[in-house]
Ligand binder design. Structure first.
Ligand SMILES: Cc1cc2nc3c(=O)[nH]c(=O)nc-3n(C[C@H](O)[C@H](O)[C@H](O)COP(=O)(O)O)c2cc1C
Length: 367
C-alpha cells in the first residue's frame, strides 16, 4: 500500500497536489535588491521540486514596498516581478509540483523603505530608533488591495496558489493579537474586529482569482517565540471564518509539531483545528518534522499534509529518499560544503548560521 504521505491531496476547488509533502515557506535573503527572483532562489526551490516535494511554497514575499521585512526578500508588489515568477512556475511545473506563493506584509516588523517611510501597523510600536506609525483605514484598504493584486500576479504568472501569511507576528497576525492590536475602532477590540483585516484580505484575494486557484492561510495558533496575544480558541474561530470566506487550506505553524496545545495540554492543535474545520479544507502542520513517523503522526492528529522546513534544507529529496526509499534523514549540523551541494547559496548559508546548531561551526569540512 502506498505511504499516505505520497497520495494526492485534493483541495475543495478540485485542484490536486501530487502528494502531501510541502516545502515550508523559508526566507533565504537570496533575491535581488528590488525583490525580483534570482537564479540562486530558483535553484534552491527547483532542487526541492526535483526531490519530490508535491507543493513548493515560496518564502514570505512582500505585497507592498512598505511591507518588506528584510533585504533580499522576494517581492510580488509590482508587475515587474512577474517575469521571475513565470520562470519559477515553469520550473516547478516541469517536476509536476504545485507552486504556492506566501504573501506577506511585515507591518510593525517591516523595515523603513528606501525613501525613509516608517513602517505602520494597527497600533503604534516603539522599535529602537524607529516609531511604527498607527495605521489609518486608508493604509488598511491599500494593503488589502495589494494582497489581492499580488495574488492576481501570481495567478497570471502561472502559479497555482497563494498562502496569506497570518502567522509569526507579521501584519495580519498583529491585527489578531490582543497585545499588538490596541485599537478600539472597527479594526480592534473584540475578535470580530481584530479578524477584520485578515478576513478582508481573504475575501479580496478570493475575488481577485478564479476558483481553481488555491488560496490558503498560515496561522500561529498560540503564542510561540515573537507571537504574542493569541489564544487557540480564537485562532480556531478565525480559521473557521476564513474557511467561510473561501480559504482552500489552513496551515498551522507549530514550531514543534510533537507538542500538545499549551492551553489544552491533553490535546494536539491539529486535532482541535481538524475537529472544528470543514473536512473539505485541508489542514497543514509544520514544525520539527524530520522522520516519516514524525510526519505520519501529524496525519494521525488530523493533518492532511505536512510542511518541512529545516529537514527540507538538509534533505532536498526527502519525499523520495526518506519516504519512498526509507533512508534516514540527514540531520544538522551540516557543513557549508554540504549545504552548497544542497543548492544553498553562500548568502542563504550565512542566514542559516543564525539558526542555532544548523551550520557546522568548525571550518574543517569532512571528506
Ligand atoms: C530559514 C528559515 C526561514 C523561514 N522563513 C519563513 C517564512 O518566510 N515564512 C514563514 O511563514 N515561516 C518561515 N519559517 C518557518 C518555517 O516555515 C517552519 O514553520 C519552521 O521552520 C518550523 O519547521 P522546521 O522545524 O521543519 O524547520 C522559516 C524557517 C526557517 C528555518
Amino acid at each position: 500500500m502506498a505511504n499516505p504521505l505520497l497520495t494526492p491531496l485534493q483541495f475543495r476547488n478540485d485542484t490536486t497536489a501530487p502528494n502531501r509533502i510541502w516545502l515550508a515557506p523559508m526566507t533565504n535573503q537570496q533575491s535581488h535588491r528590488d525583490g525580483s527572483l534570482s537564479e540562486e532562489e530558483l535553484k534552491w526551490l527547483k532542487a526541492r521540486s526535483e526531490g519530490g516535494f508535491g507543493v513548493i511554497e515560496s518564502c514570505a514575499t512582500h505585497v507592498s514596498l512598505d511591507g518588506q521585512g528584510w533585504p533580499g526578500e522576494l517581492g510580488i508588489y509590482s508587475d515587474a516581478m512577474m517575469e521571475g515568477w513565470r520562470k519559477l512556475a515553469g520550473a516547478i511545473h516541469d517536476d509536476n509540483a504545485m507552486l504556492i506563493a506566501q504573501l506577506f506584509h511585515g507591518g510593525a516588523r517591516a523595515m523603513p523603505t528606501d525613501d525613509g517611510v516608517a513602517p505602520w501597523s494597527c497600533s503604534t510600536v516603539e522599535k529602537g530608533k524607529v516609531t511604527v506609525r498607527r495605521g489609518t483605514p486608508e493604509d488598511f484598504e491599500r494593503a488589502i488591495d495589494d494582497f489581492a493584486k499580488a495574488a492576481r500576479r501570481v495567478h497570471d504568472a502561472g502559479g497555482d496558489g497563494v498562502e496569506l501569511h497570518g502567522a509569526h507576528a507579521y501584519l495580519l497576525c498583529q491585527f489578531l493579537s490582543t497585545t499588538m492590536n490596541r485599537r478600539r475602532d472597527r479594526w480592534g477590540g473584540p475578535l470580530e474586529h481584530r479578524a477584520r483585516m485578515i478576513r478582508r484580505v481573504m475575501q479580496a484575494t478570493r475575488e481577485a482569482v478564479p476558483d481553481e486557484f488555491v488560496v490558503g492561510v498560515r496561522l500561529s495558533p498560540e503564542n510561540y517565540g515573537s507571537t504574542k496575544g493569541l489564544d487557540i480558541d480564537e485562532s480556531i474561530t478565525v480559521a473557521s471564518w476564513l474557511c467561510e470566506d473561501g480559504a482552500d487550506f489552513i496551515h498551522i505553524s507549530l514550531w514543534d509539531a510533537k507538542r500538545e496545545s499549551t492551553k489544552y495540554p491533553d490535546a494536539h492543535p491539529a486535532r482541535l483545528f481538524r475537529d472544528a474545520l470543514p473536512t473539505a479544507v485541508p489542514l497543514i502542520t509544520a514544525g520539527n518534522i524530520w522522520t516519516v513517523d514524525d510526519a505520519l503522526q501529524q496525519l494521525d492528529y488530523g493533518a492532511d499534509a505536512v510542511a518541512l522546513g529545516r529537514s527540507a534544507i538538509a534533505n532536498p529529496a526527502w519525499p523520495r529518499r526518506v519516504v519512498r526509499d526509507a533512508q534516514p534523514p540527514t540531520r544538522p549540523p551540516l557543513t557549508r560544503q554540504q549545504l552548497r551541494k544542497r543548492a544553498l547559496s553562500d548568502e542563504f548559508i550565512e542566514y542559516m548560521c543564525k539558526w542555532r546548531g544548523f551550520v557546522e561551526s568548525k571550518e574543517t569540512e569532512p571528506s
